[in-house]
Design a protein around this ligand. Structure first.
Ligand SMILES: C[S@@+](CC[C@H](N)C(=O)[O-])C[C@H]1O[C@@H](n2cnc3c(N)ncnc32)[C@H](O)[C@@H]1O
Length: 390
């Protein structure tokens, strides 16, 4: 992770950069810990976290707004060190020209799915693509289809973006996010296929499994009639669990195959084959047309926030039957022009992590972007509104 370790320094230099407004957008200080957030512009805006460790300061991208492209973080840190004249004790921000760049135009964000404009008529999805062997192979084999790959593990998403660049592919979108949230954003009756190959079995935490009744319902909605959901697993437990999910009402059409071979073998599959494990493929076919998705939820805050209320926001999670809201550390802008509140919310097994950023007039917005448009997030948004407005 790119970072700088610097000598303690006078924050007045940062405040001047915020005032100039070109590189830095805000400096906000945590109420109860020696941490500050610094808004920085480098191909868009994100936060750097400045941790005062007494003898030195650690500066790195904060975990909620961190961009996927680590070169963006390195460039931001380098520009900051120069502009604020920081004395560097240690850094790892050298840009590596030998490493292939990531194909930034294919790195998609949740907001790209609000009213998606897919460049190709045919669209397929792969959930948890890992090393990306299957995703890259599919994209090469079917240039008429857009393959959306969604992967929660950031280094895997970065690797595949590099491969897209190296192989000159133009029909893959990579999303570094939780697939269970993204599926709800997709339009109805649109996908040719959804591939879920070797999902993590989560035997001890089954609520974290990708496949669930909700996932199946959303998949059938997003698939066009005749489109398929293909699950491959080497885990007997997961196989039995999926059978149960797929067999519970309403009745759906699915088939099961044992040890079916694909033209491409993923890293995981290769390992299980060497161990001579059985591999199950469950294929569900969507039959009917589904109604259009209702996701015109509004995530703006109509009323201003009263800064005095920030102190009174609950420290513990607020929970109702469908969602929760938890306010994390609160930060005040050093120039008094507002602040930032860390906030987790949404459904219990698919939480969102964002900042609420407010200005001197109390105008609040989510940062770095709006939540995914799900019903649980919309409900959590109403709860947040009620709490910050009083
Ligand atoms: C066991 S690996 C399989 C990778 C690949 N499909 C293959 O066959 O080699 C499971 C992958 O799913 C990803 N994953 C787990 N939960 C996810 C979620 N909720 N959304 C997106 N990806 C997820 C993991 O990061 C991991 O890369």
């Amino acid at each position: 992770m790119p970072h700088l370790i610097v000598d303690p320094f006078d924050r007045g230099r940062l405040d001047q950069l915020v005032e100039e407004g070109e590189l830095c957008t805000l400096r906000a200080v945590a109420e109860d810990r020696p941490i500050e957030l610094l808004g920085i512009r480098e191909e868009g805006e994100f936060f750097l976290e400045i941790k005062d460790r007494g003898e030195d300061c650690l500066i790195r991208a904060d975990k909620i707004t961190r961009p996927l492209d680590s070169n963006r973080i390195k460039r931001a840190l380098k520009r900051l060190a120069e502009a604020a004249d920081l004395t560097i004790r240690h850094s790892n921000i050298a840009l590596s020209p030998t490493k292939p760049p990531i194909a930034a135009e294919y790195d998609k964000k949740i907001r790209d799915f609000e009213s998606p404009d897919f460049p190709l008529e045919k669209v397929a999805l792969e959930v948890g693509f890992g090393s990306g062997r299957h995703l890259l192979w599919q994209a090469k084999a079917h240039p008429d289809t857009l393959f959306i790959g969604i992967e929660i593990h950031t280094p895997s998403a970065q690797q595949v973006l590099k491969q897209i660049e190296l192989q000159g592919l133009t029909n893959i979108w990579v999303v570094n996010y939780d697939a269970r949230l993204l599926l709800e954003m997709l339009p109805s009756n649109r996908l040719e296929a959804i591939y879920v190959h070797f999902p993590v079995p989560w035997d001890k935490k089954p609520h974290r499994r990708v496949i669930s009744e909700r996932f199946l319902e959303e998949s059938l909605r997003a698939l066009r009639p005749g489109g398929i959901l293909e699950l491959r697993t080497d885990s007997d437990n997961y196989y039995r669990y999926a059978l149960e999910v797929f067999s519970s009402p309403p009745k759906i059409d699915f088939r099961v195959e044992k040890n079916r071979e694909l033209p491409v073998v993923s890293k995981y599959e290769a390992r299980w084959r060497r161990m001579e494990k059985d591999i199950y493929t469950l294929t569900v076919t969507a039959e009917a047309l589904s109604p259009e998705r209702k996701n015109d939820y509004n995530f703006t805050f109509e009323k201003p926030l009263d800064p005095e209320r920030v102190e009174q926001l609950p420290r513990k999670a607020v929970v109702d039957e469908e969602c929760f809201v938890h306010f994390g550390p609160r930060y005040r802008r050093a120039d008094g022009l507002g602040g930032v509140i860390e906030c987790s919310f949404g459904s219990f097994d698919r939480p969102e992590h964002k900042y609420l950023r407010y200005d001197e007039w109390g105008k609040v917005e989510y940062f770095p972007d709006s939540p995914v448009r799900t019903a649980a997030n919309a409900r959590a948004h109403r709860l947040i509104g009620a709490m910050i407005h009083g």
